[in-house]
Design a protein around this ligand. Structure first.
Ligand code: FAD
Ligand code: SF4
Ligand code: SF4
Length: 505
């Protein structure tokens, strides 16, 4: 069974990579020198000040426990859905009360006049004795209260983290609750208006509803279902950890304050998404190209599809909550209302599992789009370089079809298509026949890891670095590592970034 929640890809600053050690320094070191526990006072002050400015930013970026959960505990966690009970208000209030009672009792013990008059001993796992008859002794007693609390947090959070998910504790952590309360207060008195940054979409209309943000969210929030009219997530539970931002395949998310989010939405070209039409379609044919690749033909019912070559379509694969998958349109026959996508199975992929195991010929599905403008080719350009990697070949089939049949188009086209093994080259005959239609079209397949391959060997960058790229516009689609290394190379070649158009999941 493929898991819904994804563990990988949390964000680690230099601080977060080492901060988790601090938890153990205080918890274990505090057993020998309880004064270490007083460091927690500084932590509480820090997180409270921060919460007035940025809500639970501390939890996702600075908290030592948090970095332990994200870096270490996550590896051993079952990563399951957090039960509603642990997320309930009852749990939040109960734990806050329990925490306050425990802390209060500990403090009274450390501070009471009685303790100061008579030598008293606090036992900590019977490792140390604290004499609270002088000021340093009282401070050690107070420090121990925090050390004790640290142990309580560690034990509970590790147990819940192993059983559910690494941030299960954070759902009702009293420090998180304090931050949420002061954040709410800061909203009322306005201290966080400029400083607070929230997960913000360039425009919620550009969201694919793919649910990736939810699946990677350590707090198991639903950003894509909760964007407000300003395309922002206003949840006080968000720890601003940026995990959803890093993983969004539409690359539309960032952390912004309210003012900047509004500006970004206004500056974002999303008019085409305003009319994101929904189409009912039947699956006309599923063609198994090989065990990992399906070509699915959809017959559109009772609506018209306006398609520009290079665009993708959203295929609804699940409801409650809604979940789509984006697939580039690899074929379109307007007169027959037929639209084709080509799907590669992602190992362990949630959507792949549904597409490969549940979709059948005859099924009715909802499609949204077509969408996307990154791969809409500027036909006035003198030279056009098309670069595909792996399954990124799909949008280029209709693009080549269009360019090769457009009588008004005279540009030079070079199509580079990179794969790992020769047998992964898809649509080879189609591409050859399309690029052979014109003398000024060139096709270079390139194979990375196949000793028997007779053609160009290496990566797409092996081919690009040999080219002269003046008066050229580049359109690229493929996996992130390919895009990253190509962008790096193009930077070295002083290629103008404004002439590079990229689509990558
Ligand atoms: C604009 C656009 C166009 C696209 N066009 C196409 C197309 O034409 N054809 C096509 O096949 N795809 C295309 N994609 C990609 C497609 O939308 C899906 O993202 C892709 O199929 C994977 O989806 P999934 O749900 O199967 O995988 P996911 O479940 O989202 O998993 C993605 C990857 O993460 C890994 N993963 C999952 N769970 C974990 C975990 N717990 N720990 C670590 N790693 C994990 C998986 O192994 C997998 O490799 C396109 C994407 C975009 C944005
Ligand atoms: S919504 Fe995004 S930033 Fe907020 S907690 Fe979830 S993953 Fe982190
Ligand atoms: S595109 Fe996917 S990951 Fe990005 S905001 Fe929308 S649902 Fe979330």
């Amino acid at each position: 069974m493929v898991k819904y929640n994804i563990k990988a890809n949390r964000i680690f600053t230099k601080w977060r990579k080492i901060a988790w050690l601090g938890t153990f320094v205080i918890a274990v070191g505090g057993l020998f020198e309880p004064l270490l526990g007083l460091f927690v006072v500084a932590i509480i002050v820090g997180l409270m000040v921060m919460s007035f400015l940025r809500g639970r930013y501390w939890c996702g970026n600075i908290c030592m426990h948090g970095s332990f959960y994200d870096l270490i505990l996550i590896k051993f966690s079952r990563n399951e859905k957090i039960p509603n009970f642990l997320r309930s208000n009852f749990m939040v209030v109960f734990f806050l009360a329990f925490f306050m009672f425990n802390m209060g009792r500990g403090m009274i013990n450390a501070f009471t006049a009685e303790s100061l008059l008579r030598p008293r001993t606090l036992f900590v796992f019977r490792l140390i004795e604290i004499d609270v008859t002088d000021t340093v002794g009282v401070l050690r007693g107070v420090g121990f209260v925090f050390v004790n609390t640290y142990w309580m947090v560690l034990v509970i959070s590790v147990c819940l983290g192993l059983i559910f998910t690494s941030r299960a504790w954070c759902q009702f952590c009293p420090m998180g609750t304090f931050q949420r309360l002061s954040y709410r207060l800061s909203k009322i008195i306005g201290t966080s208006k400029k400083t607070d940054v929230m997960v913000s979409a360039k425009s919620k209309l550009l969201c694919h509803s793919c649910a990736k943000c939810t699946r990677v969210c350590p707090m198991q929030l639903h950003p894509y279902l909760e964007f407000d009219s300003n395309s922002q997530l206003k949840s006080d539970k968000c720890i601003k950890c940026k995990t959803c931002i890093k993983n969004c395949p539409a690359h539309i998310l960032s952390l912004q304050n309210e003012e900047n989010a509004t500006k970004i939405t206004q500056q974002t070209e999303h008019s085409y998404a305003l009319k994101k039409p929904e189409h009912r379609a039947n699956i006309e044919k599923i063609n198994k190209i090989d065990k990992n690749i399906l070509e699915i033909a959809f017959k559109i019912k009772n609506s018209t599809v306006d398609f520009i070559p290079g665009q993708f379509i959203l295929v609804n694969i699940k409801n409650n909550p809604k979940m789509n998958r984006a697939y580039s349109i690899s074929g379109f026959e307007k007169e027959k209302d037929l639209l084709r996508v080509t799907v590669k199975k992602a190992p362990g992929g949630y959507g792949s599992d549904i597409v490969f195991n549940s979709l059948k010929e005859g099924d009715e599905v909802i499609l949204e789009g077509p969408l996307g403008h990154e791969l809409t080719v500027d036909k006035t350009s003198k030279n056009i370089l098309l670069v595909a990697g792996g399954i990124g070949v799909t949008p280029f089939i209709p693009i080549l079809e269009d360019l090769s049949t457009d009588v008004g188009f005279n540009g030079n086209v070079h199509f580079i298509y990179g794969v790992n093994k020769e047998n992964e080259l898809l649509y080879l005959d189609d591409i050859k026949s399309l690029t052979n239609r014109r003398d000024n079209f060139k096709f270079t397949p390139v194979v990375a890891f196949d000793d028997n391959y007779k053609g160009e060997k290496g990566f797409v960058t092996t081919v690009i670095e040999k080219l002269s790229l003046s008066d050229t516009k580049i359109y690229m689609c493929g996996p992130k590592p390919m895009v990253d290394s190509s962008e790096k190379l193009l930077g070295k070649m002083n290629f103008d970034r404004r002439n590079l158009f990229v689509e990558s999941a």
